[in-house]
Design a protein around this ligand. Structure first.
Ligand code: CAA
Length: 383
């Protein structure tokens, strides 16, 4: 573990999340994955523990914790089940966070209490069938008509889409202005005109839903505009800067779990008269896995601390996500190799870790998008 000292509160958050993961999440993670089962009871309990609105102030029903505490809890949850961690991270970083940062007093009072307590669940609707990385090219429109907007269009890849109660929806209020014409809305998922479409059958994070959502003349009160008209793209990117630290923490959790399983297995499995952990070839694998996990965690903590200190942290968040996601893929691949044929079966959790790791290189900005963000800033910083 790192020598960076954590406060008493941060240590307590981490140990609470670790205990919850060991007692409640780990025993059901593999069955939830196999059966594509949304972990409703776990999410409710995580609400009671304060993990669904970690950074929301107590005034609005949250836990008033700093970002590093959220990251510590998320890593622990993802060690047990990346799906459960994804649900937690979308609610915290992509839904509570923009309402907390850009919402009016009324919006905070109206939406945050339920979301932060786990009573309601949120989702984030940015991507569309034809716009993922190029988020500004979205086609969903919002047209002002008196005291309401009419939303029309299709959103894709919406995590929590099947279970969510509240959505942050991005739509263009003026296509000619490109990204400056994008606006953000807080939408009740039960609003007439909003329909849940196809649910994706995915490689990993199978205990989460990923839905397509249709808007057909969906009438949203103008009071639910988040921020001002035209501020939506900045709200999305600002929100994703924070969200990416969460996904990086998720990747660290998956990689740490794979490392721990590999060490345990290597100490038990015997070949050629000794345990396989006695072979230097395998020890070198473990050494590289441990080093990359530790380096990833340090990047994640750095980004979280910078966010807590109100420093500019977009580049560090992108670096943490890029490195941790690629580490999670690399470490989980090695974990299967160490387990041999057993690692390729569902008898051991490492195949699930491997499948779950892949999404961390894709959602909330692909590894290529993170490289764009890092390169742009680095080229600007160095003369
Ligand atoms: N925060 C706030 N504003 C920002 C910003 C940031 N981090 N980065 C850029 N901006 C602003 C710029 O200042 C600029 O504003 P002005 O025109 O007023 O100066 C504006 O945004 C446009 O900036 P760019 O010209 O840099 O925009 P771009 O079109 O080149 O795109 C990008 C930049 C980094 C590629 C961005 O589009 C991006 O991050 N794309 C990836 C989208 C993404 O991560 N999608 C994930 C979907 S969410 C998800 O996965 C959901 C889920 O369910 C888990």
């Amino acid at each position: 573990m790192s020598i960076i000292s954590l406060s008493e509160v941060q240590e307590m958050v981490r140990s609470t999340a670790r205990e919850f993961t060991n007692n409640e999440i780990k025993p059901v993670a593999s069955i939830n994955d196999r059966e594509h089962r949304y972990p409703k009871d776990l999410i409710e309990k995580m609400g009671e523990l304060g993990f669904m609105g970690t950074n929301v102030s107590e005034q609005y029903g949250g836990s008033s914790l700093d970002y590093l505490s959220y990251i510590l809890a998320l890593e622990e949850i993802c060690k047990g089940c990346a799906s459960t961690g994804t649900i937690m991270s979308v609610n915290n970083s992509l839904v509570c966070s923009p309402i907390k940062t850009f919402g009016s007093e009324d919006q905070k009072r109206l939406f945050l209490n339920d979301l932060a307590s786990g009573g309601k669940l949120g989702c984030f609707m940015l991507s569309e069938p034809d716009s993922g990385s190029d988020a500004a090219s979205m086609k969903t429109t919002a047209v002002l008509n008196g005291d309401h907007y009419l939303l029309n269009g299709t959103k894709s890849w919406i995590t929590n889409g099947a279970e969510a109660d509240i959505a942050i929806v991005f739509a263009t209020t003026d296509k000619s202005l490109k990204h400056k014409g994008v606006s953000a809305f807080i939408v009740d998922m039960k609003t007439p005109g909003l329909k849940i479409g196809k649910l994706e059958d995915k490689l990993g994070i199978r205990a989460t839903s990923t839905a397509q959502i249709f808007f057909e003349d969906c009438k949203i009160s103008a009071k639910n505009l988040l921020g001002n008209e035209g501020e939506g793209f900045k709200i999305a990117l600002h929100t994703l800067d924070g969200g990416r630290i969460g996904i990086a923490a998720q990747a660290v959790g998956i990689a740490q779990a794979a490392l721990e399983e590999s060490v345990r297995y290597a100490k038990e499995r015997r070949a050629f008269g000794k345990t396989i952990s006695d072979f230097q070839g395998l020890q070198f694998m473990i050494a590289d896995m441990a080093t990359r996990v530790e380096a990833s965690r340090l990047l994640v903590w750095q980004a979280a601390v910078m966010k807590d200190r109100y420093m500019k942290f977009g580049k560090q968040s992108a670096m943490a996500k890029l490195y941790a996601a690629e580490t999670a893929m690399w470490v989980t691949t090695k974990a299967i190799q160490i387990h041999g044929g057993y690692g390729y079966t569902t008898d051991y959790p490492v195949e699930r870790y491997f499948r779950d790791a892949k999404i961390t290189e894709i959602y909330e900005g692909t590894s290529e998008i993170q490289r764009i963000v890092i390169a742009r800033e680095t080229l600007e910083e160095i003369e």
